[in-house]
Every structure is written in C-alpha cells, then in structure tokens.
Design a protein. Sequence first.
Length: 171
Amino acid sequence: MQFDRIVMNPPFSLKSWGYDDFVGGDPYDRFTFGMPPADQGDWAWMQHVVKSLKPTGKAIIVMSQGILFRGQPEQTEAEDGRNQKADAEYVIREGFVKSDLIECVIVLPSKLFYGNNVPGCLVVLNKRKPEDRKNKILMIWASRHCEEANPQNLLRTSDLMRILVPWRALQ
C-alpha cells in the first residue's frame, strides 16, 4: 500500500529488525539504497517509509540521531592506511541525499522520550519538493533547548518556537 502522508515512530536502532528474513531479497523491493546492517534497523524503517509513500507523499519519522552520522565513506590506502569500502549506512544515507528525499532534519535533545536516553531527530521526507527547495535540506538544530527534568526532558513553548519558526519560513 502507498500513502499520501506517514507519521512514524519506530524503535530506535533496533538490533533484531528482521535482517535474516531479507538476506535473499525483499519481495516489495524496499531496500532500493542498500541492505541495512543486521544490527541497526533504522535505515530499514526509513526505506520502508519511502517505498510506502505515493509519488507526491510526505512523511515525518522520529529516528535516532545515529542515522545522521553512523557509517563511513569509502577510503583509500592513502587516506586511512588501508582500503575500505563505504559501509551500508553511509551508502543508504547517501542514496537518500542524492535522491533528494530529505526535506528537513530536526535534531532534538536527549531524554525527550520516556524510557529512552538516546537523542532523537525528526526526519521530514518529501517525494516531490518544490523547485526552490530541490537539492536542499533544512537542518534545525534544537538539541540544546529544553527544560531538563527527571526522568525526561521537556520542550517548552520557546523551544518549540525555535523549531516552528524556521520550518514555517520554509513553507
């Protein structure tokens, strides 16, 4: 099935996301950009969402900040002393960027989600960006602005405005 809009909060960095079920291939061809690592399911969820969006679809996904930096590019012997191929997470993230699917990334403070200290982010996908936003990704760095509390941090109205104002300016 395909949808106009998707809002998703999958488990962060799921270690057993079903890798073994897809080693022989995916009947729905969801892993267009590559097979995610067996021990990190974040990019499996992201690719599932892309495949589930209509050609004009949009999505917002709550993810671990790990999707922003995990993975390494290909490196030559001159660069790092050994020949190293790019790993799966780097290749998949590069595929998302080159395909111009990511409209916005909102980096959130840690301890926002109950029972989870992992810092998260919101990834906004848009399969049909307007012409003036093509090949651009809005980055909203909101990780330092929250009310520190126990057991979880809270976003105050002023913190939400730091996210909303640049986002609305984009619209």
